[in-house]
Unconditional design. Structure first.
Length: 190
């Protein structure tokens, strides 16, 4: 079930994040684990602890220091941004990945494959998408990054790779004061 007011403010770090039903205070085992790069909405902060809500309404507490912040408000349409590109190719890759998963689930449900074959066939599949009216946050598995699109541009928000030489050169040639807010967050692969 989708929460109508869900607006992601953060993503989980690249290796996921343990979660508890309330602030951990010495608990040995988390009650759940957030998937890597999962979009979440931080709704409360208590010291280092953050109460988060997922798009399906599930709530938990996590170590807020490890969350990767998304820009708020989202990037503005029409404003030039570094690392901007056409969103359609990534949308097509996400659509193919979801289609691949849907087909595999159908094969499993019809009994044409067993659970182990299903798991093996999905092992390398990674996809993420949050659509909120005209805004979309997409996970680009080919480049291990989260991107934001307003429908006209695709802008990297969080990535695990270092910027390419070409993007570093573009950032250095940008007008003074422009690059700091346009560089993507670097996800720490803990």
């Amino acid at each position: 079930m989708h929460e109508p007011g869900f607006r992601p403010t953060h993503v989980a770090p690249g290796d996921g994040l343990p979660a508890w039903p309330d602030p951990g205070r010495g608990r040995e085992r988390p009650s759940a684990w957030l998937d890597p790069l999962l979009p979440v909405q931080e709704t409360e902060r208590a010291g280092d602890w953050s109460r988060i809500v997922c798009s399906n309404g599930w709530e938990a507490w996590v170590d807020g220091r490890l969350l990767v912040a998304l820009p708020q408000p989202a990037p503005v349409a029409g404003r030039p941004a570094a690392w901007s590109e056409d969103p359609c190719p990534l949308l097509e890759r996400v659509e193919r990945a979801v289609g691949r998963y849907r087909w595999a689930v159908g094969e499993l449900a019809a009994g044409r494959v067993d659970a182990e074959t299903f798991r093996r066939s999905m092992r390398d599949l990674r996809v993420g998408i949050v659509i909120d009216a005209d805004a979309v946050w997409l996970f680009d598995a080919d480049h291990d990054r989260w991107c934001y699109s307003d429908g006209t541009h695709l802008t990297t928000l969080a990535a695990t790779e270092e910027p390419s030489a070409a993007s570093r050169a573009a950032a250095q040639s940008a007008a003074p004061g422009e690059t700091a807010s346009q560089q993507p967050t670097r996800l720490d692969g803990r």
